[in-house]
Design a binder for this molecule. Sequence first.
Ligand code: SF4
Ligand code: SF4
Length: 219
Amino acid sequence: MPNPLGPVAGFGVTFKAMFKKRLTEQYPEYKKPTAPRFHGRHQLNRHPDGLEKCIGCELCAWACPADAIYVEGADNTEEERYSPGERYGRVYQINYLRCILCGLCVEACPTRALTMTNEYELADRTRESLIYTKEELLVGLTEGMVDSPHAIFPGMTEKDYYRGLVTEAAPGTVQQEIHDTGTPQSSADTFGPDEPASAGASPDATTAPGESTEGVKHQ
Ligand code: SF4
Ligand code: SF4
Protein backbone atom coordinates (compact mmCIF):
# COMPACT_ATOMS: atom_id res chain seq x y z
CA MET A 1 0.00 0.00 0.00
CA PRO A 2 1.53 3.38 -0.93
CA ASN A 3 2.65 5.66 1.92
CA PRO A 4 0.26 8.65 2.08
CA LEU A 5 3.16 10.88 3.22
CA GLY A 6 5.34 9.70 0.33
CA PRO A 7 5.12 12.84 -1.82
CA VAL A 8 6.12 15.15 1.06
CA ALA A 9 8.44 12.83 3.01
CA GLY A 10 11.39 13.89 0.87
CA PHE A 11 11.01 17.48 2.07
CA GLY A 12 12.01 16.27 5.56
CA VAL A 13 15.64 16.44 4.50
CA THR A 14 15.17 19.98 3.23
CA PHE A 15 13.47 21.16 6.43
CA LYS A 16 16.16 19.58 8.61
CA ALA A 17 18.92 21.26 6.58
CA MET A 18 17.19 24.66 6.87
CA PHE A 19 17.82 24.81 10.62
CA LYS A 20 21.41 23.51 10.60
CA LYS A 21 24.40 25.82 11.03
CA ARG A 22 25.51 27.11 7.63
CA LEU A 23 28.87 25.78 6.43
CA THR A 24 29.37 28.25 3.60
CA GLU A 25 32.89 29.72 3.56
CA GLN A 26 33.67 33.11 2.07
CA TYR A 27 36.57 31.82 0.03
CA PRO A 28 38.68 33.37 -1.48
CA GLU A 29 37.92 36.60 0.46
CA TYR A 30 38.42 34.73 3.71
CA LYS A 31 40.99 31.95 3.79
CA LYS A 32 40.55 29.52 6.62
CA PRO A 33 43.90 28.99 8.37
CA THR A 34 45.24 25.49 7.95
CA ALA A 35 46.56 23.23 10.67
CA PRO A 36 50.18 24.19 11.42
CA ARG A 37 51.52 20.95 9.94
CA PHE A 38 49.31 21.00 6.86
CA HIS A 39 51.14 19.68 3.79
CA GLY A 40 51.11 22.44 1.21
CA ARG A 41 53.40 23.72 -1.51
CA HIS A 42 57.10 22.92 -1.10
CA GLN A 43 59.90 25.33 -0.36
CA LEU A 44 63.65 25.08 -0.99
CA ASN A 45 65.48 26.54 1.97
CA ARG A 46 68.67 28.52 2.40
CA HIS A 47 71.42 28.65 5.00
CA PRO A 48 71.40 31.81 7.13
CA ASP A 49 73.97 33.47 4.84
CA GLY A 50 71.84 32.88 1.73
CA LEU A 51 73.60 29.82 0.29
CA GLU A 52 71.23 27.05 -0.76
CA LYS A 53 70.72 23.94 1.33
CA CYS A 54 69.96 21.69 -1.64
CA ILE A 55 72.95 19.57 -2.67
CA GLY A 56 71.32 18.10 -5.76
CA CYS A 57 71.45 14.53 -4.40
CA GLU A 58 68.10 13.53 -5.96
CA LEU A 59 67.03 11.54 -2.90
CA CYS A 60 63.74 13.43 -2.84
CA ALA A 61 63.09 12.46 -6.45
CA TRP A 62 63.79 8.80 -5.78
CA ALA A 63 61.54 8.81 -2.71
CA CYS A 64 58.59 10.35 -4.53
CA PRO A 65 55.88 7.77 -5.22
CA ALA A 66 54.29 9.99 -7.87
CA ASP A 67 57.45 10.68 -9.89
CA ALA A 68 56.76 14.37 -9.44
CA ILE A 69 60.28 15.71 -8.81
CA TYR A 70 63.03 16.35 -11.33
CA VAL A 71 66.53 17.26 -10.09
CA GLU A 72 69.81 17.88 -11.82
CA GLY A 73 72.85 18.45 -9.60
CA ALA A 74 76.03 20.27 -10.60
CA ASP A 75 79.43 21.03 -9.07
CA ASN A 76 80.07 24.22 -7.16
CA THR A 77 83.23 26.13 -7.98
CA GLU A 78 84.99 28.80 -5.93
CA GLU A 79 84.00 31.33 -8.61
CA GLU A 80 80.36 30.29 -8.57
CA ARG A 81 79.16 28.70 -5.33
CA TYR A 82 75.49 28.03 -4.60
CA SER A 83 75.83 25.75 -1.55
CA PRO A 84 78.57 25.20 1.03
CA GLY A 85 79.56 21.69 -0.17
CA GLU A 86 80.65 20.07 -3.38
CA ARG A 87 77.31 19.97 -5.24
CA TYR A 88 74.14 21.99 -5.59
CA GLY A 89 70.77 21.56 -7.26
CA ARG A 90 71.14 23.27 -10.64
CA VAL A 91 67.69 22.29 -11.89
CA TYR A 92 64.84 21.54 -9.52
CA GLN A 93 61.22 21.05 -10.50
CA ILE A 94 58.08 19.76 -8.82
CA ASN A 95 55.07 18.81 -10.92
CA TYR A 96 51.94 19.68 -8.93
CA LEU A 97 49.76 17.82 -11.40
CA ARG A 98 51.34 14.64 -10.02
CA CYS A 99 52.22 15.56 -6.44
CA ILE A 100 49.93 14.06 -3.80
CA LEU A 101 51.49 16.17 -1.02
CA CYS A 102 52.47 13.08 0.96
CA GLY A 103 55.71 14.59 2.30
CA LEU A 104 57.93 11.57 1.61
CA CYS A 105 60.36 13.80 -0.28
CA VAL A 106 60.75 15.97 2.81
CA GLU A 107 61.51 12.89 4.90
CA ALA A 108 64.15 11.78 2.39
CA CYS A 109 66.02 15.10 2.19
CA PRO A 110 69.29 14.82 4.15
CA THR A 111 69.89 18.57 4.49
CA ARG A 112 66.38 19.88 5.32
CA ALA A 113 66.62 21.77 2.05
CA LEU A 114 63.08 20.74 1.20
CA THR A 115 60.15 21.49 3.47
CA MET A 116 56.46 22.14 2.95
CA THR A 117 54.55 25.35 3.49
CA ASN A 118 50.85 25.73 4.33
CA GLU A 119 50.10 27.14 0.88
CA TYR A 120 47.24 25.17 -0.72
CA GLU A 121 46.21 27.31 -3.69
CA LEU A 122 47.70 25.10 -6.35
CA ALA A 123 45.17 25.41 -9.16
CA ASP A 124 45.87 27.00 -12.52
CA ARG A 125 44.78 26.91 -16.13
CA THR A 126 47.86 25.50 -17.80
CA ARG A 127 49.92 22.39 -17.33
CA GLU A 128 53.28 24.16 -17.43
CA SER A 129 52.31 26.68 -14.76
CA LEU A 130 51.86 23.79 -12.33
CA ILE A 131 55.40 22.57 -12.85
CA TYR A 132 57.21 24.74 -10.32
CA THR A 133 60.84 25.55 -11.05
CA LYS A 134 63.70 26.11 -8.63
CA GLU A 135 63.21 29.83 -9.13
CA GLU A 136 59.65 29.53 -7.81
CA LEU A 137 60.43 27.08 -5.01
CA LEU A 138 63.54 28.77 -3.58
CA VAL A 139 62.69 30.77 -0.47
CA GLY A 140 63.26 34.52 -0.52
CA LEU A 141 66.07 36.34 1.24
CA THR A 142 65.75 37.47 4.82
CA GLU A 143 67.94 39.79 6.86
CA GLY A 144 71.62 38.84 6.89
CA MET A 145 71.41 36.84 3.65
CA VAL A 146 73.11 37.50 0.33
CA ASP A 147 71.67 35.80 -2.75
CA SER A 148 73.58 32.82 -4.13
CA PRO A 149 76.04 32.31 -5.74
CA HIS A 150 78.57 33.65 -3.27
CA ALA A 151 81.63 32.51 -1.34
CA ILE A 152 81.44 30.31 1.74
CA PHE A 153 81.76 32.11 5.11
CA PRO A 154 85.53 32.67 5.62
CA GLY A 155 87.08 30.14 7.97
CA MET A 156 83.98 27.93 7.99
CA THR A 157 83.56 24.47 6.50
CA GLU A 158 80.53 22.73 5.08
CA LYS A 159 80.07 20.92 8.41
CA ASP A 160 80.04 24.22 10.29
CA TYR A 161 76.98 25.23 8.29
CA TYR A 162 75.15 22.13 9.49
CA ARG A 163 76.34 22.70 13.05
CA GLY A 164 74.58 26.08 12.93
CA LEU A 165 77.80 28.08 13.30
CA VAL A 166 77.01 30.34 10.35
CA THR A 167 74.24 32.71 11.34
CA GLU A 168 74.50 35.36 8.61
CA ALA A 169 76.59 36.35 5.59
CA ALA A 170 80.10 37.53 6.41
CA PRO A 171 80.61 41.31 6.15
CA GLY A 172 81.53 42.23 2.59
CA THR A 173 79.93 39.14 1.03
CA VAL A 174 78.75 39.90 -2.50
CA GLN A 175 76.87 37.86 -5.06
CA GLN A 176 79.21 36.21 -7.61
CA GLU A 177 78.83 36.71 -11.31
CA ILE A 178 76.82 33.94 -12.98
CA HIS A 179 78.67 32.41 -15.94
CA ASP A 180 76.24 29.62 -16.74
CA THR A 181 75.49 29.34 -20.44
CA GLY A 182 72.02 27.93 -19.79
CA THR A 183 69.09 30.29 -19.57
CA PRO A 184 67.43 30.75 -16.20
CA GLN A 185 64.50 28.46 -15.48
CA SER A 186 61.38 30.17 -16.57
CA SER A 187 57.78 29.10 -16.80
CA ALA A 188 57.79 30.21 -20.43
CA ASP A 189 60.22 27.45 -21.44
CA THR A 190 58.42 24.15 -21.48
CA PHE A 191 58.12 20.91 -23.29
CA GLY A 192 54.81 20.32 -24.96
CA PRO A 193 52.08 18.35 -23.18
CA ASP A 194 52.95 15.12 -25.03
CA GLU A 195 56.61 15.17 -24.02
CA PRO A 196 57.58 11.96 -22.20
CA ALA A 197 57.96 12.18 -18.43
CA SER A 198 61.48 12.21 -17.08
CA ALA A 199 61.41 12.56 -13.33
CA GLY A 200 63.98 11.95 -10.66
CA ALA A 201 67.25 10.49 -11.80
CA SER A 202 65.72 8.95 -14.89
CA PRO A 203 67.83 9.46 -18.00
CA ASP A 204 66.69 12.51 -19.93
CA ALA A 205 66.03 11.10 -23.38
CA THR A 206 65.44 14.54 -24.87
CA THR A 207 68.85 16.00 -24.06
CA ALA A 208 72.24 15.08 -25.40
CA PRO A 209 74.95 14.22 -22.83
CA GLY A 210 76.53 17.39 -21.48
CA GLU A 211 73.87 19.63 -22.95
CA SER A 212 72.34 22.15 -20.58
CA THR A 213 68.75 21.32 -19.68
CA GLU A 214 68.23 24.33 -17.48
CA GLY A 215 65.22 26.33 -18.50
CA VAL A 216 63.30 23.30 -19.70
CA LYS A 217 60.43 21.69 -17.83
CA HIS A 218 60.91 17.96 -17.76
CA GLN A 219 57.66 16.41 -16.71
S1 SF4 B 1 54.90 15.41 -1.45
FE1 SF4 B 1 54.89 13.22 -2.07
S2 SF4 B 1 54.07 13.21 -4.15
FE2 SF4 B 1 54.63 15.35 -3.71
S3 SF4 B 1 56.71 15.56 -4.51
FE3 SF4 B 1 56.90 14.97 -2.35
S4 SF4 B 1 57.07 12.72 -2.35
FE4 SF4 B 1 56.29 13.36 -4.36
S1 SF4 C 1 65.93 18.80 -1.90
FE1 SF4 C 1 67.11 17.54 -0.48
S2 SF4 C 1 66.85 15.41 -1.21
FE2 SF4 C 1 66.21 16.78 -2.88
S3 SF4 C 1 68.05 17.02 -4.16
FE3 SF4 C 1 68.02 18.74 -2.70
S4 SF4 C 1 69.25 18.02 -0.95
FE4 SF4 C 1 68.72 16.19 -2.16
